[in-house]
Design a protein around this ligand. Structure first.
Ligand code: TYC
Length: 101
């Protein structure tokens, strides 16, 4: 099979797969959602310790918006839906959004 010794046919395959686009999941501040509820959300859906969740909640409270995590698109969309559903269930206006990095 002479053709397989032809080096034009044996170039190393180029990596054609790009890393997936990533999305920041962010919480928005509001005047009504209790701080404790936001801490609970960050622990429950973003796997944060209570200490980290408290820091992130306070940063959102002071700055108006803050990143909870960075994920591939489908995982980010699931987190946004989970937070929206949990906030609705508890009748808090907490908003969660995603944005491509
Ligand atoms: N600002 C809210 C309060 O004073 C707390 C809060 C923090 C709400 C972060 C939303 O994403 C948020 N109770």
């Amino acid at each position: 099979m002479a053709q397989f010794r032809d080096d034009t046919l044996l170039k190393p395959a180029k990596a054609k797969v790009k890393p997936p686009p990533m999305f920041k999941v962010m919480l928005l501040n509001d005047d009504y959602t209790p701080m404790e509820f936001v801490v609970l959300v960050l622990q429950k859906f973003f796997d944060m310790t209570r200490e980290r969740a408290t820091q992130v909640m306070l940063a959102v409270h002071r700055e108006g918006i803050g990143v909870c995590g960075v994920y591939p698109k489908d995982i980010a969309a699931t987190k946004v839906q989970q937070v929206a559903g949990f906030a609705r269930k508890h009748q808090h206006p907490l908003q969660c959004v995603m944005e491509e990095t």
